[in-house]
Design a protein around this ligand. Structure first.
Ligand SMILES: C[S@@+](CC[C@H](N)C(=O)[O-])C[C@H]1O[C@@H](n2cnc3c(N)ncnc32)[C@H](O)[C@@H]1O
Length: 303
């Protein structure tokens, strides 16, 4: 059933749109056009609008039918409007949809976890490369969050086993549901705990995308960061952004021995300080850039 423009006006008014923002529309293409205008402050207004429409219509966002004029029921229009309003207020699309894709794998995301970021794929790629010739690798992930990193690794390596730690019980719950959805709970053990405290020896690698933003950084004022958990973003250890990296450098050898290594994501401009600390601690270290050219991942190993 398509809605009449009278219905549309009633619903958009109910949703809180001002008169000037209302546009009579009873088709998906019209809704997309209007939403794109309203989402002009987003990085990708058209994509956002299409993802929301796909979610409301229970279609894949790549579905070609989204490019045609589709009929929507009144409740679908209402849902589309509510979700568009949330996006226009700066809420990350991933929280609105309740799911996100990382390394090609679908994950549930809630405001209890960081939305997995594309640059973190480098952490997974480099990790896979380092483990290429290691049969039955055993790894530890610190700060599992949604489970994005360990799920990508375990899906790519059917012989991989992992212990995945997070301080946040709510993040652990989300990670558990994601691991279950990917049928990985038999290979990935989840532990609520602090840093590397819950584990000792005999692993091949420690991997982590730790909190590394300095409190007060303007990055935190950005809409996307405002909605994400502070404990996933802010370095509350040394408070200079490198506290977690130092703690992991100090502790990783206890978990991997002298043949294993440590792989960590870092923020723009942090790589040299981390490499320096690793070298001062008696290790060798190197970094690699992400697709934007930012040195994003640091690898630390014994000399
Ligand atoms: C930047 S998020 C990374 C989440 C996920 N691995 C990813 O890459 O999308 C950092 C995670 O570390 C967790 N965390 C913060 N402090 C921690 C600590 N002391 N020990 C263990 N995990 C911690 C946070 O709860 C958060 O889930």
């Amino acid at each position: 059933m398509t809605i009449s423009s009278i219905n549309w006006k009633r619903m958009t008014a109910k949703s809180g749109f001002r008169g000037s923002e209302m546009a009579a529309s009873d088709s998906s293409l019209g809704l997309l056009r209007d939403a794109t205008t309203r989402l002009k402050n987003s990085d990708a207004p058209q994509l956002d609008a299409r993802w929301i429409l796909a979610h409301v219509l229970r279609l894949d966002h790549r579905d070609a039918r989204l490019r045609t004029d589709l009929p929507l029921t009144a409740s679908q229009v209402d849902e589309f409007e509510q979700l568009t309003l949330r996006r226009a207020s700066g809420e990350p699309l991933a929280y609105i949809l309740g799911e996100w894709e990382f390394f090609g794998y679908r994950l549930e995301v809630t405001p209890a976890v960081l939305v997995p970021r594309p640059e973190t794929e480098l952490l997974v790629e480099w990790g896979l490369e380092l483990l290429k010739d290691v049969p039955d690798p055993r790894i530890v992930e610190v700060g599992v969050g949604s489970g994005a990193v360990v799920i990508a690794l375990a899906n790519q390596r059917a012989d991989l086993r992992a212990v995945a730690i997070d301080l946040s019980p709510r993040a652990i719950e989300v990670a558990r549901r994601n691991l279950q959805a990917h049928q990985l709970l038999d290979r990935v053990e989840l532990i609520e705990g602090n840093l590397l405290e819950p584990v000792t020896g005999d692993h091949h690698m420690v991997i982590s995308n730790p909190p590394y933003i300095v409190a007060g950084d303007p990055l935190l004022a950005a809409d996307v960061a405002r909605h994400q958990p502070e404990s996933a973003l802010i370095d509350d250890l040394d408070e200079d952004g490198l506290g977690y990296h130092r703690a992991l450098i100090d502790g990783f050898e206890r978990c991997v021995g002298r043949s294993g290594s440590l792989l960590m994501e870092c923020g723009q401009g942090q790589d040299s300080g981390i490499v320096k600390y690793a070298i001062q601690s008696g290790y060798q270290a190197s970094s690699r850039p992400d697709l934007a050219g930012i040195q994003r991942v640091v690898h630390v190993e014994s000399l």
